[in-house]
Write a protein that binds this ligand. Sequence first.
Ligand SMILES: O=C(O)CCC(=O)C(=O)O
Length: 260
Amino acid sequence: MNLQWNPIEMEYKEIGQNKKTLEKIITGESPALIIKNFYNDDSCKTIAQRIEAKTFENNQKIKKIGVSLVSFISRKSEYFIQADALRKTICELFSDLEDPRKKIHNALQVLFPEKQVTIAVENGKKYACGVIRLHELGDFAPIHRDSARFEARSFDVSKFPIQLSTVLYIQQSQKGGELVLHKKSWKKSDEKYRNINFGYSKNVISDCNQSVKIKPNQGDLVIINPIYYHEILPVRANRRITLGLFLAFSRHGDKVVTWS
Ligand SMILES: O=C(O)CCC(=O)C(=O)O
């Protein structure tokens, strides 16, 4: 039996030959699927420069561009208003470039040929599509898990039993900022370990005997099962920039829906 818990790596051009691989991420047999060279390096640099310019324009630190559902758990109508309000801002970052969100949708369509992949819609309202997260020097994300099924019960996306997370690395920090994946999935009784602000105390993984640290390159796309605990180690050099998008589906349903 293979006791190693290692990520699976493949080149972007190979995804069509590896449709079954995602199953290993869903079941937790493997911690992550890393699709190497998914998005063009020069386009990543252009997006990073546009974000840099934006920060100066605003003359303030921005940690996020776009809308993330988790910030609107109890403010559903506000979520949809903000999702619409920020669509243009996100689109502008990708103007004249291949839209990485479309590329992610196309890749998912290859991985789920029997389903239709679309941005989630609820009562005619479109969910947000993609959130850009900036981690500056010293920033980190504590141990956490993502579960719309548990956290976002008033939203339709919570009805899908299987949720995955895609992360595109637009800029990688030269030092630190690794993603650590723990081989332990969330259960309700873990809520006692929850931090007041965000994430969980280290005690939540005290019975976890396998963790893996990954540091994908700029342009790589990573797919994880976010019900498994994960964390981002402190950034020790330049800014780390990612684009995140969730997807969810049911085994026998005909749809894969995405949102952020
Ligand atoms: O940025 C990463 O590497 C992982 C993102 C993450 O922790 C999350 O989306 O919950």
